[in-house]
Design a protein around this ligand. Sequence first.
Ligand code: ADP
Ligand code: MG
Length: 514
Amino acid sequence: MFILAEDTQRTQGKDAQSSNIQAGKAVSEAVRTTLGPRGMDKMLVSDSGDVVITNDGATILEEMDIESPAAQMIVEVAQSQEEEVGDGTTTASVLAGELLAEAESLLEDDVHPTTIVEGYHEARALSQEAIDQMVMDAELTTDRLESVAESSMTGKGTGDIEADDLAETVVASVEQVTGDDGVDRDAITVRTQTGASSSATELIQGTVLEEEPAHDAMPRDLSDASIAVLDLDLEVREANIDAEYDITSVDQLEAAVEAEEGELRGYADSLHEAGVDVAFVTGDIEDRVASYLAKHDILAYESVGDSDAGALASATGARTVGSLTDLEAADFGAADRVRVEKFGEDELTFTEGGAASEAVTVFARGGTEHVADELERALNDALDVVTAALDAGGVVPGAGATEIAIADHIRGSSAAIGGRKQLAVEAYADALDVIPRTLAGNTGMDPIDALVDLRSRHDSEGVAGIVAHGQTGEIADPHEEGVLDPAAVKREAVESATEAATMIVRIDDVIASD
Ligand code: ADP
Ligand code: MG
């Protein structure tokens, strides 16, 4: 009896498992060479010819046009990793692929999928225990946080700026928005602008607006500015325009024009009388109003986006007002300085030293669009990891040291498990070796020798990783070398990789309708 439509494709049992596993492995294989400081970049070209050059796992997988549903699950691993902690996307996908490869051999040895899933879940719990033990006791000083930022950025195409300079900017910005309630990550914005090399990247104490003044004759640099954020249009009201139709004589026309002019001048006058120096307006500003404002030496912007207007209001302490009639001094914000600067074709407005919030902007520069974009991704990752280190449970040694320690902990506990499940638990430990092995390979070391050396150094010293140094790597203590990752990144990588791998292993029937 046929219960499915004729064009339905169905794969069952071992075939289904095997093709899903292959697809998942292939995806993780694709990002493997980008792992770590000596990882390579990928160039992704879309149908329309757009090019993205990146080292970022989540970006690569997002740009790749992946169709297989099992492969799509690995893409989701990277996405959830990116959403939860902002870094570790390559680690999580590579780990998921290796868990699938290990599962494949277990299936060949007739270990039941359910047993694999149970074993993997047990190993995942052991992994979290091991991560807890690896969390560094020492205080998270500025220096250590800079190490965390740096270890997330090395290997990214950040142009001519060194990761340690960027790390300083990243940590300085996070420290500025850290209060009793932790890090206010949303108060940090990354803005990119081409036209200068990335070493010109700087931290702005305030916001950067991508808008030009409404009139050329407006001032371009103001100190101790009083700021209004206006949610309205500064133009002739509709009613007056309709009135024009009733005009029958020249006198009436002149009177109407006069009235209109008066209304427009009135807008500028009332802002001037209220003491406004800078007005950010979400609606339109009619040219004549702009010119009256310029005569009053008021700097004004039109069509300011809602999110920019919101950020400016919260940074300067201004209250957004919807009408000029109820304008009061209490509605105004303040900033130490508002200045307009020209960057090639673009004009940007810097509002610095706002009275209310600690909002900061990392103003990232790049020689080309590609460099600026990759720098922006690297900066956002670094901001996320520093935030995760401060807000979500400290740091662990990087460079594969934590993965080796987790594997060691799992192997040490697996003897007590027994039965076939023990095989799955041990396979999980073997899968974790993929991280140091891949780091070693990408660093130009022999992956097998490096892993053997790493294990023995781990046994004798407790903490050891594959630390990249210039063109090569060496086995060393990542604490001493300043290679630190947030514990939250490792925790999430273990969770999301296990989740995806076990989900794929459990499937034994793929029913696809066309
Ligand atoms: P992910 O997308 O997983 O963050 P990355 O390419 O950023 O991938 O690589 C992260 C890995 O590189 C982490 O395991 C981190 O500890 C390691 N790493 C960072 N800096 C160094 C270094 N100097 N030497 C060795 N490993 C490093
Ligand atoms: Mg990273």
